[in-house]
Design a protein around this ligand. Sequence first.
Ligand SMILES: NC(=O)c1ccc[n+]([C@@H]2O[C@H](COP(=O)([O-])OP(=O)(O)OC[C@H]3O[C@@H](n4cnc5c(N)ncnc54)[C@H](O)[C@@H]3O)[C@@H](O)[C@H]2O)c1
Ligand SMILES: [Zn+2]
Ligand SMILES: [Zn+2]
Length: 355
Amino acid sequence: MRGIVYDGTEPAVRTDVEVRDPGPTDVAVRIVNAGVCHSDLSVLDGSIPFPTPLVMGHEGAGVVEAVGSEVSKLKVGDHVVLSTLKYCGQCSACNTGFPTRCRRSFGVMSQPFTVGGEPAYNFAATSVFTDVTVVDQVQAVKVSKDIPLQSACLIGCGVITGAGAVLNTADVTHGQTVAVFGVGGIGLNVIQAAKLCDASRIIAVDTLASKKDLALEFGATDFVDASDGGSVEQIQQLVKGGVDWSFECVGHPAVVGDAVKALDWGGNCVIIGVPAATAKVEIPITHLTHIDRGVRGCRYGGARPHHDIPLLVQLYLDGKLKLDELVSKTYPMESFSDVVEDMHAGRLARGVLTY
Ligand SMILES: NC(=O)c1ccc[n+]([C@@H]2O[C@H](COP(=O)([O-])OP(=O)(O)OC[C@H]3O[C@@H](n4cnc5c(N)ncnc54)[C@H](O)[C@@H]3O)[C@@H](O)[C@H]2O)c1
Ligand SMILES: [Zn+2]
Ligand SMILES: [Zn+2]
């Protein structure tokens, strides 16, 4: 079967990829669509270090093709969105509603694939840039067949991360003000979730002016062009004193600094973007202590996948969450390099592979 394989030099479509049969608690999923997230590019540029060879991709949806002997909640033919979170379900974090804090869900690596007969890793415990993947049953969440898989696949990372950061991690309430740094797949979902929370001002910030129309379409009230710097001053002109919430959706230490500076007294910054593993940020401590500001990180939107994914699907079916509009363009697996080029040029909300 096919798969986009990264061998440490270049990503390439290989036709000699095989995946193992599902174990007792696994499911095999035939992938129908997969979104390309910035984290996939971070593997290629080394910002997210990962052993190779690996089969790429982590934002996907498809149809269950086979189930393990102990799987009872999924059957062949079910439509599923895949989650990267292989949590244990037994630890204290899992049982208090925080599977993103499950120690056993972090750094999960295995080699369910072979490429040309040699073992190959899955990426983010998932791997969806391939015809068929095998994941643990907790990672496959059944969804209604009313949602097109082309839109549903984006829930697997971009939507659950961006919307979850607002709905689960932060506590944005009616009338509050929000700044969103980075209007990519993640940032757009922060914007639309902030709108769902009835934020009064949602200021989108990007270095590409071409992102303005998308930001406004998803619910931003204002757009700040950060290409010449000065985003903090522009935000403070729009909202005197600064914003209640800022979300960093870029993955750059300097942007984190700006996202903190843009806060009002008492405001909170949520960091979603993932910079290089060694990146550090320098924030004057008094800019936090003396004015009650907070900064926190957010993994995978604080998601509880079996609760949040059906909820996000329902919001979509009720017309409250834009997913079709996130799919800027579809590509065959063989055109992966075109998606990467279009992402770098800022032409996409999300590029989606279709198999
Ligand atoms: N925490 C998590 O669990 C999690 C999950 C998924 C993705 N991520 C990370 O979130 C980040 C965003 O991912 P994405 O898929 O939305 O990326 P993307 O490439 O789709 O979008 C990034 C956006 O940031 C903009 N940008 C770049 N530099 C900027 C700057 N200095 N100021 C303002 N905007 C700037 C780009 O123009 C682009 O619009 C990445 O770092 C990704 O690895 C984190
Ligand atoms: Zn992702
Ligand atoms: Zn656990």
